[in-house]
Design a protein around this ligand. Structure first.
Ligand code: NAP
Length: 302
């Protein structure tokens, strides 16, 4: 029986772990893959205070993990399959067996939103990717498309210019959503071409991606663009299905919490990208994690 079980080892979960372990609560963090969450798939993080030079996502994550271990946080690398209430406690079923906790912190993050167009699933891993840091190097001297106009799309488009000969940013409007400083960098990059007011209708290819069919949303005109890779960055969806029957979610599936990270179910707290909030960044995730652990401590003290 743990005092606190944290599900998810991104910045929110790791920070909750640091705070809970320092509060001398017996705490377990369950992570299904590697720690760091989405932040660990980012090459450089340059807006996390304290690092005047950019730090790589994996490096920041591994430092957080080390810090948490130093205070005695336990880790279980397994997929959490189900969560149920068991009297005042919670049972988490994983492929490694069940663990019980008196309080639960859900820090399961979010997953990339799919385009839901023909060819996307077929060519996943054969030109379609949701992670430029993971797959960018496969596109050396090739032409690639990035879909989206937010921070993620534009940052990753810049990153891809390290490898690709030409990066086409396909955006459904004629204005980017991304932070101004990131926009400026992209606009100055000769390897980036913007294709405005356009959406991907289909991803084309035989064995692997050979192009995309685009539709101009103003005129309806269709055209084909030859690319070997399509990187999709059109936002994220919350990984909240584990607790969907236990806590209140908003219409998009984000967990609703109060300012104490308390969900609608006493004893269950949520932190990070899985939570309904206005800004999803490492800096807000770690703040959520700290508050969730502090609130769990108060909850356990009754
Ligand atoms: P986002 O900010 O929600 O942007 C999603 C982009 O995809 C928008 O430009 C949107 O177009 C477009 N889009 C959405 N659905 C689409 C569809 N079906 N077809 C075509 N385009 C579509 O998502 P994000 O860029 O992934 O960022 C998520 C969060 O992480 C944000 O809070 C962001 O600030 C943060 N983040 C921050 C950094 C950083 O600070 N360096 C880096 C990465 C991510 P519209 O603009 O027309 O809505």
């Amino acid at each position: 029986m743990y005092d606190v079980v944290i599900i998810g080892g991104g910045p929110a979960g790791l920070t909750a772990g640091i705070y809970a372990a320092r509060a001398r609560l017996k705490t377990l963090l369950i992570e299904r893959a590697m720690v760091g969450g989405l932040a660990a798939t980012t090459e450089f993080i340059e807006n996390y205070p304290g690092f005047s030079e950019p730090i790589s996502g994996p490096e920041l994550a591994s430092r957080m993990e080390e810090q948490a271990r130093r205070f005695g946080l336990e880790f279980l690398y397994a997929h959490a399959e189900a969560v149920q209430k068991d009297g005042p406690n919670f049972l988490v079923t994983t492929e490694e067996g069940q663990v019980a906790g008196r309080a639960l912190i859900i820090a399961t993050g979010a997953h990339p939103q799919k385009l839901n167009v023909k060819g996307e699933d077929l060519f996943y891993g054969r030109g379609v990717s949701y992670c430029a840091t993971c797959d960018g190097a496969f596109f050396k001297d090739k032409r690639v498309a990035v879909v989206g106009g937010g921070d993620a799309a534009i940052e990753e488009a810049i990153f891809l210019t390290k490898f690709a000969q030409q990066v086409y940013v396909i955006h459904r409007r004629d204005q980017l959503r991304a932070t101004k400083v990131i926009q400026e960098r992209a606009r100055q990059n000769p390897r980036i071409t913007f294709i405005w007011n356009s959406v991907v209708e289909e991803i084309l290819g035989q064995e692997a991606v050979s192009g995309v069919r685009l539709k101009d949303v103003r005129t309806g005109e269709l055209k084909e663009l030859n690319v070997s890779g399509v990187f999709v960055y059109i936002g994220y969806r919350p990984n909240s299905s584990l607790v969907k029957d236990l806590v209140n979610l908003d219409e998009q599936g984000y967990i609703i919490t109060d300012a104490h990270m308390q969900t609608s179910c006493p004893g269950i707290f949520a932190a990070g990208d899985v939570r309904q909030k206005p800004l999803r960044q490492v800096v807000t995730a770690v703040a959520d994690g700290a508050i969730a652990a502090f609130s769990a401590e108060k909850y356990l003290e009754g």
